[in-house]
Ligand binder design. Sequence first.
Ligand SMILES: Nc1ncnc2c1ncn2[C@@H]1O[C@H](COP(=O)(O)OP(=O)(O)OP(=O)(O)O)[C@@H](O)[C@H]1O
Ligand SMILES: [Mg+2]
Length: 131
Amino acid sequence: MARNTVPIHAGEDVVRVRQETRRCAIEAGFGLVDQTKIVTAASELARNTLDHGGGGQAIIDIVQNGAKRGVRIVFEDNGPGIPDIALALKDGYTTGKGMGLGLGGARRLCSEFAIESLPGKGTRIIITRWK
Ligand SMILES: Nc1ncnc2c1ncn2[C@@H]1O[C@H](COP(=O)(O)OP(=O)(O)OP(=O)(O)O)[C@@H](O)[C@H]1O
Ligand SMILES: [Mg+2]
């Protein structure tokens, strides 16, 4: 299991998350469409880590379940947290100047999606896409 940590503290780090996610997706044997789905989800979540979480990191792994391979990414920050996760997932909900589509969109692009968040402590989002 290749483990790859990308710190997220500036816009260029979001680009690095995209690049590393694509590299792992290719290594896991994903076709172009599946690569693009996990890269798009990773891009939205890395952007949220930066803009809403005040920075953090992404840990990108290739995972295996029997013959199935996938890409799993953990996004972590020590920002303000998400007080109402169900509300934050609703399309159109934003506390910033975005469109409020990132979180819900990312969830639809993944096979597995989990959010842990403690107000005042931070947020951890774990996504997996299986091939
Ligand atoms: N890591 C995070 N820490 C704190 N709040 C977050 C985090 N990620 C998301 N949120 C909250 O969830 C809301 C919805 O996120 P979402 O990505 O859907 O929309 P957005 O980032 O506001 O806009 P868009 O992604 O469409 O540009 C955010 O506005 C923010 O309030
Ligand atoms: Mg967003």
